[in-house]
Ligand binder design. Sequence first.
Ligand SMILES: [Zn+2]
Length: 206
Amino acid sequence: MEIHITGNAAKKMRGYINGTPGEISGMAASRVSEDKQSIEVFDCWIWRQECSAGATDAKDINAVFELIEEAKRDGVTSEDVNVWWHSHAMMGAFFSSPDVTTIEKWLVGQGGYLLSIVGNKAKQWEGRIDVRQPFELFLEVNNVDITEEAATLTREEAAAITADIAAKVEVKKWASGGVYPQRAKNKNEKLKYQYPYGKKKVKKYA
Ligand SMILES: [Zn+2]
């Protein structure tokens, strides 16, 4: 299984990730390709949220409903909004143990199926698919790509992203008062700092 982040989703996700110093998150819309070999993520949104260098979450349940309404205004049905996406900013792109807890939370409202994507400023990506109904399944998807060439924003689009972030994202300082980790110069460079929680092995259902 492959995950392709395309069109509006590619543009907006890259814009949101680059437009804020710390983490950022929201939902995205996806559909399975005709040959059923890949999932295409085609649009995304952010919710009202509280973020720091190492954490991000929707502000409250109303923020989630508002996101769904925004997707509907963009012509996307709520059934297609089945992707939880977030950025680790300067840190490596992988699912941390708090992320796995978050996935369990969002699975409840998703009819037992959820696609999750984590990215960062260094253009690293990781994906996973969680199924809970009618059976439990967990699939790691390392093959996540984004059409970076399509991710160039026009001046108007960039302004809209900036305004959206300003309206919805509350940036909190890191509890330790620490500075943001160094940015990797390219996607192959090992990041200097790891996610503060460390990478824990998660239970695999596959
Ligand atoms: Zn995370």
